[in-house]
Design a protein around this ligand. Structure first.
Ligand code: TRP
Length: 328
């Protein structure tokens, strides 16, 4: 029996180079060996105020990006969270097994409430409970996540364990999945920070939707370091980040990349990295445009994904309802 993997991606925003090299690329590889569920988490998105038309568009766009970037709906389950009611149902039940104190300690809740002082809603508070429901609904064994989501996964393990302690083995207890070669892509302007699509400075981040000109411009502006040599080292975070990107994109080792640029200036190096990214993006952008040009077809894929996810979720939700004492 294959193990199960679940991961979620926010519905808003366009994926960026860091999401792709650090996460989505691994998701594709995992589809071959695991039973994978990849979910666009639009229920989570409304914990901060959204424009309805934009959210609807962004959710379709994100799903189309996942397909364009190589996830095959025939090999994994790809769907929108709001189309599978079991998420919301289980989330309510798990709310009753999660303590206020636990959720108050979540660092993401603290930072998001500081950022959205005018709208600290209950959904924002119980966001990690919905995330727990996402994961345990499919009996996921492994969850590929970045460091920023570790605390949420810990909570998921605690809540699932607490439920099991009362009712017997209802849920699998999930572990974090750490990719064997995790490329951590940093900001182009501040290479001590992770590349992030929510960064105020757009020059920090390369979006999958960026045109070739924009990509090249962003790489030309990327900060380098003062040594003047193309070598990866802790003292040269800017150059190291660009080498990591070039190595991930081309599949060459860091050493081979260093050798390729030996004796060359940073200008040449940065343009070469930009061009490599442009060539990598091109087929993905074409595929994405194709999918977005045929919304009925895309919506058919979306509906099929929801049906697959709903069918997979049903047995667990039934077990839970039985366990807590609902008439089923
Ligand atoms: N909270 C995650 C993020 O912001 C997204 C997410 C929602 C998720 N549900 C999940 C990730 C379940 C992993 C598993 O990145």
């Amino acid at each position: 029996m294959k193990q199960t993997i679940f991961s979620g991606i926010q519905a808003t925003g366009i994926p960026q180079l860091g999401n792709f090299l650090g996460a989505i690329k691994h998701w594709e590889r995992l589809s071959a060996d695991y039973n994978c569920f990849y979910c666009v988490v639009d229920l989570h998105s409304i914990t901060v105020r959204q424009d309805p038309a934009k959210l609807r568009q962004a959710s379709r766009e994100m799903l189309a990006w996942l397909i364009a970037l190589g996830l095959d709906p025939a090999k994994c389950t790809l769907y929108l969270q709001s189309q599978v009611p079991a998420h919301a149902e289980l989330s309510w039940i798990l709310n009753c097994f999660t303590y206020m104190g636990e959720l108050s300690r979540m660092t993401q809740f603290k930072s998001k409430s500081a950022k959205h002082e005018e709208n600290i809603n209950v959904g924002l508070f119980s966001y990690p409970v919905l995330q727990t429901a996402d994961i345990v609904l499919f009996q996921a064994n492994l969850v590929p996540i970045g460091d920023d989501q570790r605390q949420h996964l810990e909570l998921a393990r605690d809540v699932a364990g607490r439920f099991n302690a009362v009712y017997g083995d209802v849920f699998a207890i999930p572990d974090a999945y750490v990719p064997p070669v995790g490329a951590r892509i940093m900001s182009l302007q501040a290479p001590d920070k992770k590349m992030s699509k929510s960064d105020e400075n757009v020059n920090n981040c390369v979006f999958l939707s960026d045109s070739p000109d924009v990509v090249i411009k962003k790489f030309k502006r990327a900060v380098t370091d003062s040594l003047g040599v193309v070598k990866a080292s802790p003292g040269q975070p800017g150059v190291t980040n660009l080498l990591t990107i070039y190595s991930s994109v081309t599949g060459k080792t860091i050493a081979a990349c260093e050798a390729e640029f030996e004796g060359m200036g940073y200008g040449h190096f940065k343009t070469a990295v930009g061009e490599a990214v442009v060539s990598m993006f091109r087929p993905y952008q074409e595929k994405h445009a194709q999918l977005m040009a045929d919304v009925p077809y895309l919506d058919k894929i979306i509906a099929e994904g929801a049906a697959k996810a709903a069918a997979a979720a049903a047995p667990t939700l039934a077990k839970v309802k039985e366990a807590v004492g609902f008439v089923v």
